[in-house]
Design a binder for this molecule. Structure first.
Ligand SMILES: Cc1ncc(COP(=O)(O)O)c(C=O)c1O
Length: 374
């Protein structure tokens, strides 16, 4: 390039301001994305080993059948793409849950299935309603679609807010049992909601294996109901990322259109099929966790917390009006991670995953010590 040409170009250029220097340039990012905050997952620290009671992972290992099946699956076939529809897993899940293959869809975790539901049903300005506070990813996925978020506040006891069905939403989501409260809406009330909602009702049953009753029977009576399950909690497979959606075959075939082509890996499919073949292993771990949950809840009540009746593998403990950040930090210092939420409606709460008995004994000892010192 000649010097004269370069100087003409430079002359037309102005010193970029801070906004223009930002990368990616602010005006290239969609407004909806610029304005939203991403999801804040529970800490997954890499620096040292903590007793992790902050992400509702299962403290027990997956079935040995899962490990064996994975070992056998690691080999030459990994060069091949997985079955896009994970047919083996669809069939296995259909047999276990009394459904047809066409009523089942497999996701890369249930988060992936939530994304597919949003892509399918929610466009700009469409309403998505859910009781609040709940799983915070719902807000983010709606914002990504430029939908309208309608948070219907739970009453203090986390019972189902009656106004939920009045919102003319395209999608209503019920977290069943709810996170982070751990509470379960009785089935007859869920059915009442299914009768009254306007659009699709998504029932997120991520924690249902720890609860007394499932909403699965509603699937046979209400074609607009979708049920989500995950292998991350009761089956101890959070690291493999596997979720299931159950719904009417016509609805499932719409979801299939918007899913990523090969959304579930070969190894995940193998692991999930093996996990379903050893249901007894999962049940044994769930029984242990439920027993530890009872002990943890009682001990926290003795420490002066209000503890919601949990139907999950975690408990929400509240000290009305007393900020829990110092307790969270004190526990962290002692090598114990629990979940603390800074949002005003939950700042006086701690959410604690149910660990092994030994882990919970250590947590309670640390909390006793902190009570004396904080
Ligand atoms: C209520 C709820 N739904 C869905 C998920 C996502 O689970 P997955 O690991 O299957 O994506 C979680 C994870 O914590 C959850 O709490």
């Amino acid at each position: 390039m000649k010097d004269t040409q370069r100087s003409t170009l430079d002359a037309g250029r102005q010193t970029p301001n801070a906004e223009q220097r930002a990368f990616p340039r602010r005006d290239t990012v969609r407004q909806a994305i610029r304005q939203m905050h991403g999801y804040t997952p529970g800490e997954q620290p890499q620096d040292k080993r903590y007793i992790k009671l902050n992400s509702n992972e299962n403290p027990y290992p997956p079935s040995p059948q899962v490990t064996n099946a994975l070992q056998q699956a690691i080999g030459e076939d990994l060069r091949l793409y997985p079955d896009p529809l994970a047919t083996r897993l669809r069939d296995k899940a259909a047999a276990v849950y009394g459904l047809s293959r066409e009523q089942v869809l497999v996701g890369n975790g249930s988060d992936d299935l939530l994304t597919m539901l949003m892509r399918t049903f929610v466009g700009r300005g469409d309403r998505v309603a859910f009781p609040f506070p709940t799983y915070s990813l719902y807000d983010i996925l709606v914002a990504m679609q430029e939908g309208e978020i309608v948070r219907v506040p739970f009453p203090v006891d986390f019972s189902l807010p009656p106004q939920l069905a009045e919102v003319e939403a395209k999608l209503t989501i019920l977290c069943h049992p709810n996170a982070p409260s751990g509470t379960l809406t009785p089935l007859h009330q869920v059915e009442g909601l299914a009768r009254r909602v306007h659009g699709i009702l998504v029932i997120d049953e991520a924690y249902i294996d720890f609860a007394d009753e499932t909403a699965l029977p509603l699937l046979h009576r209400y074609p607009h109901v979708v049920i989500l399950r995950t292998f991350s909690k009761s089956f101890s497979l959070a690291g493999m990322r596997i979720g299931l959606a159950f719904g009417h075959p016509d609805l499932i075939s719409e979801l299939i259109k918007v899913k990523d082509s090969y959304n579930v890996s070969r190894l995940s499919i193998v692991a999930a099929v093996a996990a379903l073949e050893d249901y007894a292993w999962m049940h044994q771990n769930v029984d242990n966790i439920r027993a530890t949950r009872t002990r943890l809840s009682a001990a926290l009540r003795e420490l002066g917390y209000f503890v919601y009746d949990s139907q999950t593998n975690f408990v929400l403990a509240r000290k009305q009006g007393v900020a829990q950040k110092p307790v969270y930090l004190g526990l962290k210092e002692r090598g114990l991670l629990v979940r603390y939420f800074s949002s005003p409606e939950l700042a006086d709460c701690l959410r604690i995953s149910v660990g092994t008995d030994e882990e919970i004994t250590r947590l309670l000892a640390a909390m006793q010590e902190l009570r004396r010192n904080v």
